[in-house]
Ligand binder design. Structure first.
Ligand code: GTP
Length: 427
C-alpha cells in the first residue's frame, strides 16, 4: 500500500484575517503548540503507515517555504516537496495542475488537507473508511470527506453535507449556504482515489470553455475551487462519502483562533508528546507551571515567573522575574521584563514588554454551553465601526513601555508605544 498527501497552503494574499501576524511569517508556518501550523499536518502524515510523500501546494515564493521543507525532511522520514503555483489556482486548480506529480508512483489514494485547519487528524481511520466503501466498476468511491458536527447557525459558514445515514454517501453539498442545509460540515480533510482526476479534468475543460466564452471574474483561467466546482458536482453521484469524526477540529482564521488551537494542541501533547510539555518541578531553579505549557529549550524563564495554563514560549524568549503569563503565545526572541502580566495575547517576534506592564486581550472561544460550537472568528470591526474586543496582538519588534496597560489592542510591527492603549489598532 502506498499513500501520498497534499497540503494546501495558499499564499501571501490569503490569510488576511491573520494580520498582523502573517505580515512577518507565512501563516502556515505560524507556531501553534510550539510547532509551525502545518508541521502538525506533516507529523500526522508521517505517522500514517504507507504514506511515502507529502506535497505542499501553494503560491508563496520557494524562498519562504523551502527552508521549512528541508528542516521537516530531516525530522521526519518522508519525502516532502513544495510545488509552487504560478498564480493562485484555487483549492482544486493546484491539485489538477500538479496531477502528474501526485499520480507518480501510483499511490493507492492521496489525502488532501487544508493547511489552515487544526485537529487531532484521524488519517488512518479516514483511509480505512475510504477503503472499506463498497465499489463496483461504475460507482467507485472517489472521495471521502472528513466531517464534523456544527451548530445550526454556525454551519452556514462552512461546506454543509447531507448524507445517507446507512451508506454515508454525500447526497447534497453546499458551500457556505444562505439558509440551513445540514449541521454536518466539511473539515477540509479528504482522501481521494486517483480516478478523481478524470472528473476534475472534465470539470476543468468545461470551465475553460466557459472562461473563454464569458470570462471568470478576476480569476485565472486555471482556477478551480474544490468545494464549489468539484464536491458540489460529485454530490448525489454515489462516488462521494463522508466520515464523521468527533475528534477536536478547528480552523485557524483569525489570530484569536491561534490561542484556542494552541490550547488544544498542548492538550493533545499530554497523551501523544508529553516530552513537549514543561513540568513544574517545585521551587528552585525552574519557574512555576500551571499545565499545559510548552517552553522552547532555548528560552530563558526566571524561576519566579508563573506560566500557564495554555502558554507557548518560543525560541530565544526571555521571561523576567515575577512575570505572569496565561493563555498566550510568546513568539521567538521576545522579552517580557520583570513583573509584567500577559493574558490572552500574542507577543510578536523580537517584541519587548517593559516592567510592570499589563497586556491583556479578550478571548473568543466557542460557546461552552452549546455542544458542537466552533470559534466565531468575528470581523475586526462591528456594525457601528467599533473594534470588536479581541485578543491583544503585538506584531514583530514592538516595544511596550514599563507600567502601561494594553487592552484588546492590535499593534502593527515595529512600533514603539509610549502610552497605555485600550480597544485600538495601532497602525
Ligand atoms: P474562508 O472561510 O473564505 O477562508 O474559506 P475556507 O475555509 O473554505 O478556506 P479556503 O477555501 O480559502 O482555503 C482552504 C485552504 O486552502 C487554506 O489552507 C488555504 O490556504 C488554501 N488555499 C486557498 N486558495 C488556494 C489556492 O489558490 N492555492 C492553494 N495552493 N491553496 C489555496
Amino acid at each position: 500500500m502506498m499513500l501520498k498527501a497534499v497540503i494546501l497552503i495558499g499564499g501571501p494574499e490569503k490569510g488576511t484575517r491573520f494580520r498582523p501576524l502573517s505580515l512577518d511569517i507565512p501563516k502556515p508556518l505560524f507556531p501553534v503548540g510550539g510547532l509551525p501550523l502545518i508541521q502538525h499536518h506533516i507529523e500526522a502524515c508521517a505517522s500514517t503507515p504507507g504514506l511515502k510523500e507529502i506535497l505542499l501546494i501553494g503560491f508563496y515564493s520557494v524562498a519562504q517555504i523551502q527552508p521549512f521543507v528541508n528542516d521537516m525532511q530531516h525530522q521526519y522520514n518522508v519525502t516532502i516537496k513544495y510545488l509552487q503555483e504560478f498564480v493562485a489556482l484555487g483549492t482544486a486548480g493546484g491539485l489538477f495542475h500538479f496531477r502528474d506529480q501526485i499520480r507518480s508512483g501510483s499511490p493507492d489514494a492521496f489525502f488532501v488537507m487544508n493547511g489552515d485547519v487544526c485537529a487531532d487528524f484521524p488519517l488512518v481511520d479516514l483511509y480505512n473508511f475510504h477503503k472499506s466503501l463498497p465499489s463496483s466498476c461504475n460507482s467507485k468511491a472517489l472521495v471521502t470527506i472528513m466531517g464534523t458536527e456544527a451548530t445550526r447557525q454556525q454551519s452556514l459558514n462552512y461546506g454543509c453535507m447531507v448524507t445517507n445515514k446507512e451508506s454515508h454517501e454525500v447526497t447534497h453539498y453546499v458551500e457556505k449556504p444562505n439558509s440551513y442545509v445540514s449541521t454536518l460540515i466539511n473539515c477540509g480533510i479528504y482522501i481521494f482515489s486517483l480516478d478523481v482526476f478524470q472528473t476534475i479534468g472534465e470539470i476543468f475543460t468545461m470551465k475553460q470553455e466557459e472562461y473563454y466564452k464569458i470570462g471568470n471574474g478576476n480569476k485565472e483561467a486555471g482556477n478551480l475551487q474544490l468545494e464549489q466546482d468539484i464536491l458540489a458536482s460529485l454530490a448525489g453521484t454515489g462516488r462521494m462519502f463522508a466520515m464523521q469524526t468527533s475528534n477536536w477540529w478547528s480552523q485557524l482564521k483569525t489570530a484569536g483562533s491561534a490561542i484556542y488551537a494552541n490550547r488544544h494542541y498542548l492538550q493533545l501533547y499530554k497523551t501523544k508528546h508529553p516530552e513537549r510539555l514543561a513540568i513544574s518541578e517545585g521551587a528552585g531553579e525552574h519557574c512555576s507551571i500551571l499545565p499545559d505549557v510548552h517552553i522552547d529549550s532555548t528560552a530563558s524563564v526566571h524561576p519566579t515567573a508563573v506560566l500557564g495554563p495554555n502558554v507557548s514560549i518560543g525560541p530565544g524568549v526571555t521571561v523576567g522575574s515575577g512575570v505572569r503569563i496565561r493563555e498566550s503565545i510568546i513568539l521567538s526572541e521576545a522579552t517580557i521584563d520583570e513583573h509584567s502580566l500577559i493574558l490572552h495575547s500574542i507577543i510578536g517576534r523580537g517584541s519587548r514588554v517593559g516592567r510592570w506592564a499589563r497586556v491583556e486581550g479578550t478571548p473568543s472561544d466557542p460557546d461552552p454551553n452549546k455542544p458542537f460550537a466552533k470559534m466565531e472568528n468575528p470581523p475586526l470591526f462591528n456594525k457601528d465601526g467599533r473594534l470588536n474586543p479581541s485578543i491583544t496582538i503585538l506584531g514583530c519588534s514592538v516595544s511596550v513601555p514599563s507600567e502601561t496597560i494594553l487592552l484588546n489592542t492590535i499593534v502593527l510591527p515595529n512600533k514603539e508605544l509610549s502610552r497605555s492603549i485600550k480597544n485600538e489598532i495601532i497602525l
